[in-house]
Structures are given as C-alpha cells and as structure tokens.
Design a protein around this ligand. Structure first.
Ligand code: MN
Length: 564
C-alpha cells in the first residue's frame, strides 16, 4: 500500500506522540535508563521503517503499543522490559541478529529478546495439538529464564488480539483458540486479571461472534438498567460509612462477556437468570498496619445495613489466593431485596488484583526473580524435567491446574473446542455439528479408538468416527453432558417415533382395506380397548415397530365386520 506524503507525516506525528506519552509514564527512571529506552525505540523505528502492519499503519506502532501495555496496563515501569518490548519483533522480522542486540544493549536484553524470538518461531509451526503443546512447553521453559519474557509475550498477544480484524479468517480462528488455550490461563496464573479477561473476551468474540454479540447486547442493556439501582446502593453505603472516618473509593464492576457465557453454560441458565452480573467494590486507603482491621470494619458496618449471606463470605485477606489475590467478598441483600456482590479491599490489594505479578514487582522494587513466583516455577521445572511425561501430558497437567472447569480439546485440524468437564466423545461430535453427532459411532482420541461415552480430557485431539447406519438411541441421553446434545437427541428420538407411527398407520390401512376399514373407522376405538392401548398414536407406533402382530388385528376386524 502506497501512502501519501500527508498520511506519512501524520503517522510520524502519531509515532512521536505515543512515544512521548510512554516516556511520561517512565519519568521516574534514571537518566541512564531513559536513554536506553529511547535508544531501543530509535533502533526499532529504524529497523521497521519499511514495514507496515496488515492494517497499513507503520509497523513500529505495534511494538510501541506493546511497550505501552507493559508500562501502563501492567504497571511495569521497568526500563529493561520496556526496551525489550520495543525491539521484540526486530530479530524475528528484520535482518538484525541477536549478536547485534547484544552489542547494542548488553546480554540481559539479548537474553530476553532471544526468549521472545524462540516462542515466536515455534508458534508458526504449531498447526496441531502436539505442536501447540510444544509451544506451551517452550513458553513455560522461558518463564523460568526471566518472567519479563512472558509479560511481554502477553502484552504482544493482547495487542495482536485487539487488532485482529485485519487478518484472514482461518488465521484469526487459530490465534483466537491459542489465546484461549494458552495465554488467558497464563495471564490468570500471573494474576493479570484485567488482561486475562480482555484476552478471553476477544478470543470469544472472534471464535463465536454470534453468541458474543448476543450476550454483549444483553449485558449492555442490563448495565443501563442497573445504573440507578447501583447509585442508590452506593449512596446508602456512603451514608453508613460516614461515621467510620475511613477514606475509600467505590467502583461498580461488571462481569465480562465471556464469564457470563461460561456461567450460562456451566449452570445451564438463560441470561435473565444470572443474578451476579455486577459487583460493588470498595477500595480503602487503609491506615498504616491496619489493612485487615479496616476491611473488616467496612464489612461489619455494611452487613449491619443489609443482611449478608454468610454462605457467600470469602475471606482472601486471611488466606490469600495462590496467585497473591487478597480481598473480602460477600453478598448482601440490598434495596428491594436484590442480592448484590460486595468486594472490600485496600488500594494495595486492588493494584495486586488488577496487575498481579507486575504489581508485586513494583511494591518490592526488585528486579530479580520474585520469591512469589519461585514456587510455581519450581513446580514447572519439576514437571518439565520428568522424562516420563511427554509434552502433551505436561501441558495437560498445567491446564488442569490452571482451569479446572473447562475441558479444551482439538479437532484433527487443530481447531479448539471448549466443553464442560466430563463431556464425552458424543458431546464433542454434537458440538461440531448435529449431523456428525447423529452419525457417530465412536472416535479416535489421540489416535486411539474410544466409545461414544468416553470422557474427554483437556488437550485431546478428537476425530469422530461415523457410520451411515448410526442413529440416536435412548441410551445416548445417558452419554451426553451438554444441553445442545441432549436436546438434539430428544428431538431425533421424537422424529424417529413419528416416522414409525406413520409406517404403522400405512401398514394398518393397507391390511384393513379389504374389510372396508381405515384409520378413521369407528372400529378403531374397540381395537384400542381390546389391545389395552391408551391412544391411537401408541397403537400405530407399536404396530410400526412390529410389537403387535398384524394378523391379530386382521382377525379382530374380520370378526367385527363379518359379525355385523
Ligand atoms: Mn509482536
């Protein structure tokens, strides 16, 4: 695409503006650090100067966006991480080599860039599950080098997902599924909730846009509807907390589109029955050394105002989650008896919750590998070092740790399919297409032949085996977990029955014709009484499925009609 001089000038202005805004975020760095970041920017700008993104904009805007995510959204105001983000695609996409990076920026930046490059080149090849597993394994391996590698990789993925529209559909699907399978759980494990949520929503949007749009619209509508109610609740909260003299801010938080979808699937509820669409968050500026006390004080004041549901109290302040999450959650019966979720935490806890590991980094001001992560990393190393596990099994182990509620499996072409836990081969087949489900007789799961009610596990590659003679049976209802499959099987059984009824009717009319009788003849009623059958439909069904002998019927009619 040829750009006009005016466009080109505008782009250059935009590049300068973004870089300036990035540097403003880094104003507290030492002069030396700032110089290094600026050098990395100029280096990358020069290296990418002739390349454009699919959308037509200069390529350098991408690394700039990645660096901005690192600094602004992850809160990682670190010179090395920013510099690496700026040059992260240089080795992969231009003639510049790692040795050049080392000469210009030293061994640390070279090492991180190398980690990023390794992942990128293995991704290109990953068309099948085992290769996806291999990618994941590589990512896990690089985490143990320097956690900044994975933070940059996540920022890179996030920006690519935000700008995915310009890609080919096939590639979009692959990137979206990889994001859901690998990157979102990783972000979650690192405590980067905001980023995890956005990755999931974007992946959902591209892989199932119909469902996504449906839910997104409903969420938007309910947001508008809930606004007044939330305002009123917040007012009550403010009044009640006045006497405590505590300083705090109140935010209302909406459930993400993907997590609404997950809940609907998991609990098999329609959108209208999801009651915890939003939560109210109270963020305290806690007094020095009184974090816990202040949080509990807010809890006790507000549970005096509205009845709290004791079963829904979650205390992650006394026992923080494994990834460092601290907060106090409860559900209150608010105005008009509506249940409303309340989250109480301090400013520090909130930063950690939103920015995860990066926030830990800020608070500890430590550039070395975090003690916080070291246990997890040790665990990863242990699994990776286990020679009896192949890559697929290693990934499985992590998937099950990371995301226990979903089973993620793959088609032979590498497309990702998400199913509820305990889903079977038959569920998988129906999820792909009802025609495939209806004709299924089994599947090759990771090359091994399995039966229809075989339970699938994350990471499995599933190829459905079919037969033209196969058709849904009553037993199938016991094989499936997903509502879609169940509904379809029930429907198919109903249609099968209808067909048999029609056959029974045809058979009856044919046999009875010689006595001048058909299905509408009054003798029908006497027939039902004689055979003790509740209705005609059942009668024709039994006849059609050869459970009543036609001879007996003929005999009955003959006696009746001749006896007249
Ligand atoms: Mn990139």
């Amino acid at each position: 695409m040829e750009l006009t001089a005016v466009q080109e000038k505008q782009y250059q202005k935009e590049i300068d503006r973004v870089f300036k805004s990035l540097m403003r975020q880094l104003r507290n760095l030492s002069r030396q650090d700032k110089r290094m970041v600026t050098k990395a920017f100029e280096f990358a700008r020069e290296a990418h100067k002739d390349t454009r993104r699919k959308s037509g904009e200069p390529y350098i805007l991408h690394p700039l966006a990645v660096a901005t995510i690192i600094v602004k959204e992850m809160g990682l105001k670190d010179a090395v991480a920013t510099a690496c983000a700026l040059i992260h695609d240089v080795v992969e996409d231009t003639d510049i080599e790692l040795s050049d990076i080392k000469r210009q920026f030293g061994p640390k930046i070279m090492e991180i860039t190398n980690g990023l490059t390794k992942i990128a080149s293995s991704e290109v090849k990953s068309e099948f599950v085992s290769l996806q597993a291999e990618t994941f394994r590589k990512i896990l391996l690089t985490i143990s080098d320097d956690v900044r590698v994975i933070l940059i990789k996540l920022a890179d993925r996030l920006h690519n997902m935000r700008t995915l529209g310009a890609m080919r559909q096939e590639k979009v699907l692959k990137i979206a599924s990889e994001t859901m399978y690998i990157y979102a759980p990783l972000a979650h494990r690192l405590g980067l909730y905001e980023i995890k949520t956005e990755l999931e929503d974007l992946s959902f949007k591209y892989s199932d846009s119909k469902q996504y749009n449906e839910i997104a619209e409903k969420v938007q509508a309910s947001k508008e509807e809930a606004q007044l109610y939330i305002q009123r609740f917040i007012e009550d909260v403010r009044k009640a907390l006045r006497s405590t003299g505590l300083k705090y801010t109140v935010k209302s938080r909406y459930k993400s589109i993907y997590s609404v979808y997950q809940k609907m699937e998991r609990k098999r509820l329609p959108f209208e029955e999801i009651y915890d669409l939003y939560a109210i968050r109270i963020i305290l500026e806690a007094r020095e050394g009184k974090e816990r006390e202040d949080c509990w004080q807010v809890y006790s004041v507000l549970s005096g105002l509205y009845r709290a549901n004791p079963k829904r109290l979650r205390d992650w302040i006394t026992h923080p989650k494994e990834n460092g999450y601290e907060s106090l959650h409860t559900t209150l019966r608010g105005p008009e008896g509506q249940w409303i979720e309340l989250q109480i935490r301090t400013t520090r806890m909130d930063e950690v919750a939103e920015k995860g590991i990066a926030a830990h980094w800020i608070y500890k001001g430590d550039n070395e590998e975090e003690a916080f992560l070291s246990e997890w990393i040790a665990q990863i190393r242990e699994v990776l070092a286990n020679p009896s596990l192949n890559a697929l099994e290693a990934v499985r182990e992590f998937k099950e740790n990371l995301q226990p509620n979903d089973v993620i499996v793959f088609t032979p072409k590498g497309e990702m399919i998400r199913l509820p836990v305990h889903a079977t081969v038959l569920d998988f087949a129906f999820k792909i297409h009802t025609d495939l489900g209806s004709a299924a007789i089994g599947a090759r799961v990771n090359q091994k032949v399995e039966v229809l009610d075989h339970e699938l596990r994350s990471g499995d590659t599933v190829e459905v085996l079919t037969s033209r003679k196969a058709k849904p049976t009553k037993e199938w209802l016991r094989y499936v977990r997903t509502p879609r499959a169940k509904d379809y099987i029930k429907h198919a059984l109903k249609m099968q029955r209808k067909e048999v009824v029609e056959q029974g009717k045809a058979l009856f009319n044919w046999r009875a014709a010689k006595y001048g009788v058909d299905e509408n003849h009054p003798v029908m009623r006497e027939l039902l009484v004689y055979f003790v059958i509740p209705n005609e439909e059942e009668f024709f069904y039994l006849l059609g499925s050869h459970k009543i002998e036609t001879q007996k019927i003929q005999e009955f009619i003959r006696l009746k009609e001749e006896g007249k």
